[in-house]
Design a protein around this ligand. Structure first.
Ligand SMILES: Cc1cc2nc3c(=O)[nH]c(=O)nc-3n(C[C@H](O)[C@H](O)[C@H](O)COP(=O)(O)OP(=O)(O)OC[C@H]3O[C@@H](n4cnc5c(N)ncnc54)[C@H](O)[C@@H]3O)c2cc1C
Length: 384
């Protein structure tokens, strides 16, 4: 076992998809000695608990652009990382349940098309052609984007991490960052139970704990962790490849490659907190919803259920980049339920910002922490 490092050029806090992808992109540009510190194990946080969905159908231009660029990267990544990640462009069908919702969808589609996304507004009959077993009785329409899709979150998280390590990064699991050292406004290192590492640059990629980690550098982030539950059923013959989503019913589900249905919902009354227990009421509600949307799923058996954290920001968009007044501190957090799908683009932008202090990008700049002070935050509406 290598000796615990005393110095590094950059410490990445968190071994989920965000930390692993940023570490990979930093080693790709030969940033120097990159050390990843993970308090549990790789992919044990939200990433290994997520639904694996990838979509560019968002209501804010920033999310559309980040997701579209991420899709381009997802297409390259299997080859680049040398691992099968089960990446598949099966599409997303997003259901509208009222005329009001349909009119919001129409606006979303117009804006998304301006960015070059191939997305369509469908009638209930057209939606049924995409998923013939779908109950379309109570829907007023849907949107459809065939380049949306899915990936296995563990495979992509581990693939990024493996390649980052091959390119020279080091990973220390079961190593919690207990405190962050500063001299004046400059980051100087971190303290862990295994020792102190001196380092001029840290990246907060701590997922649901990003607010706690930031507070160790005396930075206040407006983030709130929320528990989200999800389940997987037994395997059945595969009859649809796309994600089905309804904001009105707070639900998303897809049929993964092995035939199981994986899906979850938001509990609107969920209090903030870091609990990841999962209960019986979730299964009851999900069973009713799945049976409603696809009656043929009525007899399918649920195999397992679990929960993870969404790290919610005030406008349901990520908080990225540097922080004015704290030299050497960077963060990529507050993904509000869509961090897996944005990771490929966000990690490229973050690596550029970390390695070149003069780097600017319109999306990175707009999604900085200061947007809340400046009053330029725009709320992302398309969240389950
Ligand atoms: C049920 C559910 C379904 C979801 N579905 C989707 C989806 O379909 N598509 C999508 O894009 N997103 C989805 N998400 C959101 C997605 O999982 C997250 O946005 C994404 O995984 C965030 O990645 P991360 O690396 O920031 O966080 P994490 O994966 O949580 O990684 C952060 C890591 O930091 C570590 N850490 C925390 N504090 C410290 C510390 N002090 N020291 C060292 N390490 C620390 C944690 O142990 C953790 O491993 C879903 C989330 C949930 C819960």
């Amino acid at each position: 076992m290598a000796e615990f490092p005393k110095t590094a050029e950059c410490i990445v806090i968190g071994g989920g998809i965000i930390g692993a992808s940023i570490a990979y992109e930093l080693t790709k540009v030969n940033f120097g000695k990159v050390v990843i510190l993970e308090k549990n194990t790789v992919s044990s946080g939200s990433t290994g608990r997520c639904g694996g969905g990838i979509r560019a159908q968002w209501s804010t231009p920033e999310n559309v652009r980040l997701a579209m660029e991420s899709v381009k990267r997802f297409r390259e990544l299997e080859g680049e990382l040398g691992t099968d990640t089960e990446y598949e462009e099966g599409g997303y069908l997003i259901l509208a349940h009222s005329d009001e919702e349909l009119s919001q969808f129409r606006k979303n589609v117009e804006m998304q098309k301006k960015h070059g996304l191939q997305v369509e507004l469908l009638s209930p009959e057209e939606a049924k052609k995409v998923v013939p077993l779908l109950n379309t009785e109570k829907i007023t329409g849907a949107t459809w984007c065939s380049t949306d899709g899915s990936i296995n979150p563990f495979l992509i998280n581990f693939a990024y991490m493996k390649k980052a390590l091959e390119q020279g990064a080091s990973l220390y699991e079961r190593t919690e960052v207990l405190s962050i050292d500063k001299e004046g406004s400059k980051i100087t290192g971190v303290v862990t139970p295994k020792g102190v590492i001196s380092c001029p640059v840290i990246v907060n990629a701590a997922g649901g704990y990003a607010g706690t980690v930031a507070s160790k550098a005396r930075i206040e982030l407006p983030l709130v962790p929320h528990r989200h539950e999800i389940l997987a059923t037994e395997q059945i013959n595969r009859f649809f490849k796309n994600m089905i989503m309804s904001f009105e019913h707070n639900i998303y589900f897809r049929q993964v490659k092995d035939g199981g249905i994986v899906g979850g919902q938001t509990n609107p009354g969920e209090p903030p907190g870091t609990s990841v227990v999962s209960g019986i009421s979730f299964i009851k509600e999900m069973s009713v919803k799945l049976g409603h949307f696809i009656p043929a799923l009525g007899d399918v058996k649920i195999l397992r259920q679990w929960a993870g954290l969404y790290c919610m920001s005030p406008d349901a968009q990520p908080i990225l980049g540097r922080v004015e007044g704290t030299q050497g501190y960077f963060h990529a957090c507050g993904f509000s339920g869509h961090g897996l799908m944005l990771a490929p683009r966000v990690s490229v932008l973050m690596a550029k910002a970390i390695s070149d202090t003069s780097f600017h990008d319109p999306d990175l700049d707009r999604l900085g922490l200061d947007r809340f002070e400046k009053g330029i935050a725009s709320f992302e509406k398309s969240v389950v």
